[in-house]
Design a binder for this molecule. Sequence first.
Ligand SMILES: *Cc1c(COP(=O)(O)O)cnc(C)c1O
Length: 399
Amino acid sequence: MTEVFKGSFTQQEPIPEEGIAAAMEVLRSGRLHRYNLGPGEAGEVALLEREFAEYTGARHALAVTSGGYALACALRALGVRPGDRVLTNAFTLAPVPGAIASVGAQPVFIGVNEALTIDLDDLAAKADQAQVLMLSHMRGHLVDMDALMAICDAAGVQVIEDCAHTMGAAWRGIPSGRWGKVGCYSTQTYKHMNSGEGGFLVTDDDAVMARAVILSGSYMLYARHGTVPPEEVFEAVKYHTPNVSGRMDHLRAAILRPQLRVLDAQCEKWTARYRVVEEGLRGTPGLRLVERAEAGRFVGSSIQFLLLDWEGGAVEEVLRRCAARGVELKWFGGAEPAGFTSRYDSWRYAPAAPMPATDRILRGIVDMRLPLTFSLEDCAQIARIIRAEVGAVWQARAA
Ligand SMILES: *Cc1c(COP(=O)(O)O)cnc(C)c1O
């Protein structure tokens, strides 16, 4: 009998009851705007900012409308101007080059290697072309952050970390988002905390934070934030920093605060699921696993494997056969962007020189979500299905 997986790859867990109760209270109060506070009240957004700063160990945290907003806000806060170049990963998703383009800057793409991390040789070669690197920790694959920071520090390049897939992860014990000047996170439904839409920016730098707060739409109410740089820092920037509204509201913050309290436990559940799929796929002929670096603590909210040097038609055949058995895989080798999946050369607004070594990797990357609604047994079944279908296509190819 051929087994078929019945779960949904887009079904997340419900919001914790505590979050639902807190959200109802906000709704009843009528006070949803972050600066609409009762007497003596800090408000859900400022409390969340304080708690997120504490969680990451950052001096400051700012809650905003989305991860993409946080990225663009970070670029502006670091002084990136129209026409500037910004280094970024060739292997990432649309909001990353999109954030760079949104401030009128031009992405310069850095290649990806077989570990699915940024190619440090390519980074070193291009580091003199820009003053900022927007580093996407794509699918949670953490590069050697000591080596990356050494390259960037030597070249005077400031780093913005895109932690959309690494909230809760760390390199050598230091949280992802705390290596660069600014860390950006998303709380969109498919990330590690779910408020539908939402995001954070963290930094230790008072001036960067003051600019980010005003950019996010604080008017002159910045003292109501969860973490507040000294008044003289605001005095120096407040007449020069435009308001580009992107505030979080109390409703989303109320939903997120209870999720932050259990984030580490959730991350462990993801990684337990990941390990079951990984073990189930290990040794499949023609399929290469992407080993996670020992110095990294990753969050296994998705898994990738490589069908390296397979023809496109054969990869598509694997995807079709798995889909027919209920297993949804995504492929980074498609000629056209599809669903959430795209490539660096999908974007006509960001011309890119050909990157043959990177194209070879992208053509091999197969990607799968692992929502927490899957049980460990579900994960074992998914791995059996992928293993069987990759094996069938591999054998037909060899014959
Ligand atoms: C989701 C995502 C973002 C942006 O997050 P939004 O909250 O959806 O704007 C940025 N980078 C990557 C890699 C993402 O997957």
